[in-house]
Design a protein around this ligand. Structure first.
Ligand code: COS
Length: 423
């Protein structure tokens, strides 16, 4: 693979090996059982994968977002559930890297890097999905600590995880400093697992409701030690994590394409292998082209985060939406190529399609990703206007400068031009 350095290739090859030796043979078992695959988790820990995204000073491998994406891609190529079972630990621990203080980093990151402690990210609630600011789980100040009360929804890794990054309302009256994040350990009195979801795909990783019934945490568990920065920590985390979901989609798309290629070579109809028919060839060619386009965008978005490029969040959103839409399209086409066999649970191909669907939904629906991209474009337009306004119809400019238009614009300022989310 061009453009990858030695370190990137090392992680890619190692992940490919573990995916083929350990993950692929067990994928069906855990899909049917809908149970956490502890034996796979142990193999990932032994290979050092839980340390990829953690800096060396905290016991990690000091890898890049690109390294992390390469590992996720290879694992997801064999099993999309294992891809997320692994990368949700990055999602859960990025808030510590983004907003944690020195004590929190030194205490938790080495344990996470060794795979001793699994972690989950608790942002979404029943009534707070895409509108993440509207969450209700409350944290009330109480002496030297806080008391958490409320519920979280769709906590991936819930039950398996030892540590939970929980976003809660600490200042209901504030608009921009309303939310804070807390590090809550499994076993804390009042903290329980509620409903365990029965899912269409990614069945080896638990998705649960988490319940906080007067859960007391100390000030030391408040992320960063200062209240009010939770939403920024959540958004900064999602920017870092979204290329990982994109890589999950990429791995699923690549894995299903490969199965479809082999099926196409073996399946005979009308006296010939079906991959000799132009209609199948066209499907395979389109699938491969879409996968490769997604790959380039996923790697570019990871690099833009690694090199702290401006608008890296736009690239992360683009990669997430494009690679996961590609995953849905390519896995569906792979099922089509498998024909009747593709629809049956006896063969792994339908699992790719089931696993792919969630990637368009979680860590921000693809509608939210488009919203993030569009907001960036609106911001970037200012810099282009001077250069290009001579080419815009004169009457449009006159209308824009019209006092009534300007007044109406001022009244609507701040209102996002683009809304339209699904959850
Ligand atoms: N990084 C850091 N800070 C950010 C940020 C980012 N990428 N994006 C926004 N912020 C900050 C803003 O600067 C603003 O700060 P101030 O209040 O200090 O000015 C604050 O956060 C609010 O920003 P904004 O008004 O843009 O937030 P919105 O409520 O409009 O929400 C979306 C924006 C929809 C993009 C956000 O709610 C989102 O990502 N929703 C999806 C949530 C999600 O992915 N859930 C899945 C959880 S994991 S399964």
């Amino acid at each position: 693979m061009p453009f990858l350095n030695d370190q990137n290739r090392m992680w890619q090859e190692k992940a490919r090996e573990v995916a083929e030796k350990v993950v692929r043979p067990l994928a069906r078992k855990y899909d049917l059982l809908q149970e956490y695959p502890w034996e796979i988790k142990d193999a990932l820990a032994e290979a050092g994968f839980f340390g990829v995204w953690i800096p060396k000073e905290y016991g990690g491998a000091g890898g890049t977002v690109l390294d992390l994406c390469l590992v996720i891609e290879q694992l997801s190529r064999a099993c999309g559930g294992v891809g997320v079972m692994y990368c949700v630990n990055a999602l859960g621990s990025f808030p510590i890297l983004v907003g944690g203080n020195e004590e929190q980093k030194a205490h938790w990151l080495p344990k996470i890097a060794r795979g001793e402690k699994l972690i989950a990210f608790c942002l979404s609630e029943k009534f707070a999905g895409s509108d993440a600011q509207s969450l209700r789980l409350a944290a009330r100040k109480d002496g030297t600590g806080w008391v958490l009360k409320g519920e979280k929804k769709w906590t991936t890794n819930g039950g398996a995880a030892d540590l939970y990054t929980v976003f809660a309302v600490t200042d209901p009256a504030s608009k921009s400093r309303r939310i804070s994040a807390f590090l809550v350990e499994k076993g804390t009195p009042g903290f329980t697992i509620g409903k365990i979801e029965d899912k269409m795909g990614i069945r080896c990783v638990p998705v649960v409701e988490t319940v906080f019934h007067d859960v007391r945490v100390e000030d030391a568990q408040l992320l960063g030690g200062q209240p009010g920065f939770g939403f920024h920590h959540a958004m900064g985390t999602l920017d870092l994590a979204r290329p990982g979901v994109a890589a999950q989609g990429l791995g699923l798309a690549q894995g299903s394409l490969e199965l479809a290629m082999v099926y196409g070579a073996r399946r005979q109809q009308f006296g010939s292998p079906i991959n000799s028919f132009q209609m199948i060839q066209q499907m395979l060619a389109d699938m491969a082209t879409q996968v490769e386009a997604a790959r380039q965008l996923v790697y570019a978005s990871a690099r833009s985060l690694d090199t702290k490029m401006p608008a890296a969040n736009k690239m992360a959103a683009m990669a997430k939406l494009f690679a996961t839409d590609t995953a849905m399209k390519v896995t569906t086409d792979a099922v089509q190529i498998f024909g009747g066999y593709g629809y049956m649970r006896d063969y792994p191909i339908e699992k790719y399609m089931r696993d792919a669907k969630i990637t368009q939904i979680y860590e921000g629906t693809n509608q939210v990703q488009r919203l993030v991209v569009a907001r960036n474009l609106v911001k970037e337009t200012g810099a282009l206007t001077q250069l290009l306004e001579a080419y815009i119809p004169r009457e449009v400019q006159e209308g824009f400068n019209d006092p009534a238009t300007l007044a109406a614009q001022k009244a609507g300022e701040g209102e996002a031009a683009v809304r339209g989310t699904t959850s």
